[in-house]
Design a protein around this ligand. Structure first.
Ligand SMILES: CC[C@@H](C(=O)O)C(=O)SCCNC(=O)CCNC(=O)[C@H](O)C(C)(C)COP(=O)(O)OP(=O)(O)OC[C@H]1O[C@@H](n2cnc3c(N)ncnc32)[C@H](O)[C@@H]1OP(=O)(O)O
Ligand SMILES: [Co+2]
Length: 151
């Protein structure tokens, strides 16, 4: 990427807040029965990311509930430190994940691994919380249809 392209990088809208939970069914019951959310997706497993997830859908965006899946889940240690669960990451959309990764690396951020398919079916990468004010940041490529319009 050229210096001009790097300088032009702009973060897109916030997509979701990730919340790590020890038991996803209990967490869904909480958002449905206590918080009064009607639209909550059924839990699904994303084995390559080591999580079972469900979306709490709100007019303003999504809360992404994540429960560990498998022995090497990246959220196991977090739940050891926070046994009741807690806010785990914030996710922002970007236009092109590979460009965003390059820009972040150029700006000295530790990008955690290569882009992988996330729960929304597009590529995601994570930035180390130690470089991002103590917050684990997920970057997610926006949904684009073949007409090039974000949906
Ligand atoms: C549903 C799929 C997908 C989507 O499409 O939306 C997801 O969201 S999957 C979400 C789960 N996946 C990931 O988190 C992948 C990226 N994460 C990692 O690579 C690691 O979890 C990590 C961030 C590098 C931490 O690794 P870990 O082995 O747990 O490291 P440490 O325990 O040694 O922690 C190092 C350092 O970082 C602090 N930390 C860890 N996790 C978080 C966090 N979630 N938020 C803020 N800070 C965090 C930890 O406290 C340590 O700090 P220091 O002690 O100060 O060094
Ligand atoms: Co996420």
């Amino acid at each position: 990427m050229s210096k001009a392209e790097i300088a032009e990088f702009q973060l897109g809208p916030m997509n979701h807040v990730g919340v790590a939970v020890p038991d996803i069914e209990n967490a869904i019951a909480f958002y449905r029965d206590v918080m009064g959310v009607i639209d909550i997706s059924k839990p699904e497993v994303l084995a390559p990311q080591g999580v079972k997830y469900a979306f709490v859908n709100l007019p303003s965006g999504q809360v992404e509930l994540i429960e560990p899946y498998g022995e090497t889940s990246p959220i196991l240690k977090f739940l050891e430190r926070n046994p009741k669960g807690g806010q785990h990451h914030m996710c922002f959309e970007v236009e092109d994940i590979h460009d965003a990764k390059s820009v972040m690396e150029t700006r000295g951020m530790r990008v955690l691994g290569e882009p992988r398919i996330g729960a929304h079916g597009t590529l995601v990468v994570f930035l180390h919380p130690g470089d991002a004010g103590g917050v684990l940041i997920e970057l997610m490529e926006s949904h684009k249809s073949c007409d090039g319009v974000d949906h």
